[in-house]
Design a protein around this ligand. Structure first.
Ligand code: H79
Length: 702
């Protein structure tokens, strides 16, 4: 459906990270997939994407501020008290009536210095504030519309004051700017309930020009901007083309400004990540949720309310506790993400007292423990029963920060799954850094702790390690094949140092006396293999086990008719969300094609193809077939369903396995495209055949 910018691929992989170690500032590479720093971008004139994002990755914690004229009703309309910044839409307030809030918006108690200081003291490194929310009201001095802060009794531009305060306190100043706009006459669509707002003469391209003019002001009048945080991109008028245009436009004023993924049109719901293949800006934006696991190679930021509303709601007292917030911050950092925590100030210009209290308490914790959050990377461990882990790695040195939520009553903390013995272990809250006793219990490190936790919410323990992180990961089978026809070489690898891999043929776990792995194991019958890492006669990993099955290949077909190069195709039209039963439809066109091309058709969207013929398999083997398609596809060999890649999606690859004897086999591929871009590619891989596009000269019809 969507195409990918080559530039973005570069962002994803050419990312180096600058890590501040406990005492010294060292440069290094992250052991995760965010590594391999590229120096080449310097010559191209494009700012190095890694250094561009360094501050953001180091920051880990920022403040979101939702402030606008919706703070005047403070969440209440016609007796209902459930509203927030969406009040105009949810309570269906007509434009003229909503406009009245303007006259009542006079935040005389607004003190930019105090706001930014509260964020700074909470340990936050950036502020993202609503320059415009969905209601279209501009909280800055814009020349593009009167519907802005200068036409309120306040008559001051709070953004000028906030920009100055951010500069003073060393925070990055950032804007949230809504794409959706319920006020501008050129924005489309209208709300479904807005029966009397005509769309006549509305021109979305003119709206785009309006938004660009606002963004130009935001990027030229307020100094350096850290992030442009777009939102409200999901309506049908927005698309990837506009998104890329806006992305490039904002970077033309400030090349270093970061842009969130909602500038594009490929966000996957509130999980906030971008569909594969779609344009995703600089980082993903999970909203009100934390991903279940880390997302290697993806930058992301969870935004979250402190209570249940973004904009000020006077009745909403359902605030998260300081404990919840601090633990969420550690949880997010342990998964490699940022936390953007929201405050909804009042129409007087004050933070709610509950927010002030929580910010102060978080700040107290951050003052002691900030080092375990800033500039850290995701935990190397999958799950820790007592808390979370963050880390910093530089060269051969690693610091692990163990965030202990549940302080062990027996005074011993067990860290399973790592063989390194730390050079130092101490509590971050302990200024003396009194060494803690550590001992080894097989694959676990047992750390002796004082009886009482230094912090009832999250006490951080520091482990300083030298040498490569040695996690007790089992070895891996490198072959993709679980089945074979005649024989299969089984290769096993590990990237751990100073370990030997021992294996057993059969169901039993390997012991120190099992066979030592040195070269691929050749098998000729159905075989189960178990393998495990050992060091000095002791197991230092779990065991992997896999069964490799000998299978009979599907016999080749020998049609008695002559074979001709190419495939038969049938072409259909229709608006499908998944593959239809083409057998029940009448093709609009039929003919011969050299391979799986999707060009002989009369329209760009809403069409389908079925290709059928024979594939000449050169040698008996197990084969993996793949289809890459946008949208759905299915592949059948000799009527066996081999690949199911059905459904609406951008370019996606799926595979399936089948054992085939040498010779001709029937092949059929069904494909459909709904809207957006179209693509179909069929590939295969054999036991000795590298993965490749199914060659044209293997395809026949009769
Ligand atoms: O500014 C705050 C909210 O006002 C705004 N985003 C945060 C940062 C927000 N707008 N809408 N929502 C939150 C919830 C809306 C969700 C939905 Fe959809 C919009 C459901 C269907 C359309 C986005 C697109 C989520 C799923 C598809």
């Amino acid at each position: 459906m969507k195409s990918r910018l080559p530039f973005l691929c570069f962002c994803m992989f050419a990312i180096g990270i600058n890590i501040a170690m406990a005492q010294s500032k060292l440069k290094s590479q992250d052991p995760d997939s965010r590594s391999a720093k590229s120096g080449s971008s310097v010559q191209t004139g494009i700012p190095d994407p890694s250094s561009r994002m360094d501050w953001w990755r180091d920051a880990r914690f920022g403040m979101f501020i939702h402030w606008g004229v919706y703070a005047v009703p403070a969440g209440e309309w016609n007796g209902k008290k459930e509203y927030g910044e969406w009040i105009r839409n949810s309570a269906e307030i007509p434009l003229e009536e909503y406009d009245q809030f303007r006259q009542k918006f006079n935040p005389v108690k607004f003190d930019a210095d105090a706001w930014v200081k509260m964020a700074r003291d909470a340990g936050m490194k950036y502020i993202v504030i609503t320059s415009k929310h969905h209601d279209g009201f501009c909280m800055f001095d814009t020349k593009q519309t009167d519907f802005n802060i200068m036409s309120t009794p306040f008559k001051r531009d709070p953004m000028i004051e906030l920009a100055a305060a951010c500069k003073k306190y060393g925070l990055k100043f950032c804007f949230y700017h809504s794409i959706m706009d319920w006020h501008h006459p050129d924005y489309l669509p209208r709300r479904t309930w807005e029966k009397d707002r005509t769309t006549e003469g509305a021109d979305f391209n003119r709206y785009m020009a309006y938004m660009k003019a606002e963004l130009k002001e935001l990027l030229t009048n307020y100094g350096d901007i850290g992030v442009l945080w777009f939102d409200g991109e999901w309506e049908n008028t927005w698309n990837e083309k506009y998104g890329k245009e806006l992305y490039n436009y904002v970077k033309s004023f400030q090349p270093n400004v970061l842009v969130n993924n909602r500038v594009g049109a490929g966000r996957l719901d509130m999980e906030g990540l971008t569909k594969s293949g779609a344009f995703g800006g600089d980082f993903g934006t999970p909203e009100q949720q934390i991903p279940a696991t880390g997302l290697p190679g993806v930058d992301w930021e969870t935004c979250m309310t402190m209570n249940d509303h973004w904009g000020y709601n006077k009745a909403d007292k359902n605030f998260k506790s300081t404990k919840e917030i601090i633990r969420m911050l550690a949880d997010i950092a342990s998964k490699g993400g940022n936390y953007l925590l929201n405050v909804g100030p009042t129409a007087e210009g004050l933070f709610p007292q509950e927010s002030i209290d929580r910010l102060a308490a978080i700040g107290k914790w951050m003052k002691v423990n900030g080092e375990s959050i800033y500039g850290t990377q995701a935990s190397p461990f999958k799950e820790l029963s007592w808390g979370r882990c963050t880390r910093k790695t530089a060269g051969d040195r690693t610091i692990l920060y163990l965030h202990v939520f549940d302080w062990p009553s027996a005074g011993k903390l067990v860290l399973s799954g790592m063989m390194n013995t730390p050079e130092k272990a101490y509590l971050l809250a302990d200024l003396q850094r009194m060494p803690l006793k550590t001992e080894r219990d097989n694959d676990a490190l047992v750390i002796s702790l004082p009886k009482d936790a230094p912090d009832p919410i999250n006490s951080v323990l520091v482990l300083e390690l030298k040498g490569k992180l040695d996690l007790t990961e089992p070895p891996v089978f490198t072959t993709e094949f679980d089945t074979f026809v005649d024989s299969l070489p089984i290769a096993i690898t590990t990237n751990r140092e100073n370990v030997e891999v021992r294996f057993n043929i059969g169901p039993t776990e390997p012991s120190a006396s099992s066979a030592l792995y040195s070269k691929p194991i050749g098998i000729k019958t159905t075989t189960t293999i178990n393998a495990r890492c050992f060091r000095q006669g002791l197991p230092v990993s779990g065991t992997i086990t896999r069964e490799f099955r000998k299978v009979d290949p599907v016999r080749a077909q020998y049609p008695d008719r002559v074979m001709y190069p190419g495939l038969r195709y049938s072409y259909y039209e229709g608006a499908w969300d998944s593959l239809p039963d083409f057998n029940k439809l009448t093709p609009l066109q039929e003919g011969i094609v050299p391979d799986f091309i999707v060009t002989p058709r009369s329209q760009d969207e809403r069409f389908g193809f079925v290709y059928s013929g024979f594939v000449l398999i050169p040698e008996t083997s197990v084969y993996i077939f793949y289809t890459g398609s946008d949208d759905g596809s299915r592949l059948y060999i000799d009527d066996f369903p081999v690949v199911n890649n059905d459904g609406l999606h951008s370019m996606a690859e799926k595979s399936g396995t089948i054992a085939l004897a040498k010779g001709y086999h029937r092949i059929r591929v069904a494909y459909f495209e709904q809207t957006g871009s179209d693509n179909l590619v069929v590939l295969l891989k054999g036991q000795t055949l590298p993965k490749q596009v199914l060659p044209q000269n293997w395809l026949f019809f009769n």
